[in-house]
Every structure is written in C-alpha cells, then in structure tokens.
Design a protein around this ligand. Structure first.
Ligand code: ATP
Length: 329
C-alpha cells in the first residue's frame, strides 16, 4: 500500500458566478509527501484556482480536500493558511517592511518570541544566500531575483510541510530564473516539502516537477506523470505540442548514465570519464569535447565500472525505459 498522500483533492470544482463553465471541474489528485507536483497548462485553464483552493484562498464549490488526512474545509481558514507556505510571482513583499520583518511575518503571527524569530530570519537569509546586510533593506532596495528569494524565504519561515508556489520565479529574467530554480531544487533536497507548483512554462515544469499534471480548460487533467514519461509518451497531440520539439534534448538532460546500458570496463583507458550520476547531456557534451564516442563511468568511490557508447545514449533518447507511471489519464 502506498503511504497516505499529503494532499488529496477529490472531485473538487469551482464555479465563479457569471461564468458559463466551471473554472475547475471535478479535479481529483493525490500528492505524496515530499513531492513537487507541477500544474502546467495554458492561461485561464484553472491552475491558480486549483492551487488556491488547497489553502482556501478560494472556496471550492464542491468536492473534498485533505491535507495529511485532515479535512481542509473544516479547519479554521487563518490557521490553515499559516500552516501552508505561499510564494507567488508578484512576491507580495510588504514595501514598507524590511527584509527581516517580511520574512518574520508568519512566525510573528504564530506568536513566536523575538529571539526565535531573529534566529529563524538569520537562518533563512543564510539558506537563500543573502548575507545579514540584507536584513534591514526594504524590498525596493533589492534586485528582482533577490526579492523572489526573500518571497521564498518568507514562505518557508514557519517551516510548513506544504507549500504552494504560483510562478514564484516568473518575474525574473531567464538567467536569474534558472539560478533560482537550481537553488530551490537544492534546498528541496533537504527540506522535502510537499509542493504544489503552478507554471505555464513547460520547461519550468520539466525542471521542477517530480510529477506534472498537464491541464486543459476546467483544470481537466490531460496527463499526469513524471517529466520523463510525459516527454517520452505524451498522452495526446496537445501535450506533445506543449512538450515541444526539443523533447529528445530535454530527455538527455533528465536521464543519467546510471540509467543506461554499460559495456564492461574497457582494456584501454577511456578518453574521458564521468560519474554515474552525470546526465546524458553532460556525457554527450564530453564526448563531443573529447572527440570520442565512448565514455568511462565511475562509481561513487571513483572506480571505473564500465563504459557507455554513443549508441546507448541514442537508444536511451529514442526509447525511454519503463518508468513507474504516475497514472497517465
Ligand atoms: N474571481 C473570478 N471571478 C470570475 N472568474 C474568474 C475569477 N478568477 C478566475 N476566473 C476565471 O476562471 C478561469 C481559471 O482562472 P485561473 O486564474 O485559475 O487560471 P490559470 O490557469 O491560473 O491562468 P493564468 O495562467 O493566466 O494565471 C479563467 O477563465 C478565469 O477567467
């Protein structure tokens, strides 16, 4: 039996008054503890509405939502929201409050004492890579990327097990965005939060998601699966188009040498070696750089364990391995 999901939505619907069709129509999804579940889809398909019903910023018209087995709709709204981190594109930092006060907002509302809040703010500033000199700055004295980091720190402040992130890196330039995504994924390796992440950018979905729900209008799930499986086996034409023409390349960036067939250790030392956790993208780059069609694979102790040829890379891109399915629909 799989573990109980951390977030469970059952036949959740939302109809806005005056709208001809529901913004969300019978949405059902389980999200595992520690998972980043990405909702991706075109503008207006219902991503934000779906996500905001989890912390009841929007009240569902019908259906049930549970967090950690508790019925969200029966909880006190304020209490519920304080227990769920929330980070959005507009960041929502209070312009007249310093960085420290912005980050300490939820702990203050939770009644933590001053010392504990100060320590938490320092720890979070450190976590997001901003030094103590940022403590007393106002949001307008920060770059866009720094503001986004502070927004994420604020969402993490009370250490909530669940986070809702709505295009949290959306307002930054591509380079900053890329860096924020990597930083956040690194943080998540230790934090293991359960995260609902909304984006309309499929590349971001691929990068951030443990699983991705590709949505159509009314928040209807077109496909729910791992990034790799969606790239390899899009459920329909629309998902395939959404996934884009660069899928093979994306797959190269997602799969690792440990996942492809190795040949035995060669008699002659290979021209280049990589760790088994290197992506196929890195492997291909290295092959090109060394003008070789083979690459040695090292284990965690740095011992040569085998060799991978370019044919194995090509096979891996062409025919994806059997993946544990998240339940394609
Ligand atoms: N307060 C509201 N009143 C009426 N209709 C609304 C309201 N909020 C959203 N809608 C409608 O509900 C549908 C879903 O909106 P939602 O914001 O959830 O979509 P989205 O996928 O997050 O879009 P985007 O990517 O553009 O933010 C849209 O058709 C939108 O116009």
């Amino acid at each position: 039996m799989p573990d109980q999901p951390m977030i469970s939505l059952r036949k959740v619907s939302k109809s806005y008054p005056g709208q001809p069709s529901p913004a969300v129509a019978g949405f059902t999804l389980d999200i595992a503890a520690g998972e980043i579940l990405v909702l991706v889809g075109p503008s207006g398909c219902g991503k934000t509405t779906t996500m905001r019903m989890v912390n009841r910023m929007i009240e569902p018209t019908s259906g049930s939502i549970e967090i950690d087995g508790r019925n969200v709709l029966a909880l006190d709204q304020n209490e519920l929201r304080r227990g769920i981190g929330y980070a959005i594109q507009q960041v929502g930092l209070f312009p007249h409050m310093t960085v420290a006060r912005n980050i300490g907002l939820v702990p203050r509302m939770l009644g933590w004492n001053r010392k504990r809040i100060e320590e938490r703010v320092d720890a979070l500033l450190d976590l997001i890579g901003l030094g103590p000199e940022f403590r007393d700055r106002l949001p307008r004295q920060l770059s866009g990327g720094q503001q986004q980091r502070v927004g994420v720190a604020r969402a993490l402040a009370a250490d909530p097990p669940v986070m809702l992130m709505d295009e949290p890196f959306g307002a930054t330039d591509p380079v900053t965005r890329d860096r924020l995504q990597s930083e956040f994924l690194r943080l998540q390796e230790t934090l293991r939060k359960t995260i609902v992440f909304v984006t309309h950018d499929f590349d971001e979905a691929i990068r951030m998601g443990d699983r991705i729900a590709v949505l159509a209008e009314g928040s209807r799930i077109r496909q729910l699966d791992t990034p790799e499986a969606i790239l390899a086996r899009p459920a329909d034409e629309v998902v395939a188009r959404f996934a884009g023409a660069g899928s093979s390349l994306k797959r190269l960036g997602l799969r690792r040498l440990s996942e492809v067939d190795w040949d035995p250790v060669p008699a002659q030392a290979p021209p280049a070696v990589l760790g088994a956790d290197a992506t196929l993208h890195t492997a291909l780059d290295t092959m090109v750089a060394t003008a070789s069609t083979r690459i040695g694979v090292l284990d965690a102790e740095g011992r040569l364990r085998g060799e991978v040829g370019i044919e194995a890379l090509m096979r891996a891109v062409a025919e994806p391995a059997a993946l544990p399915s998240g339940g394609a629909v």
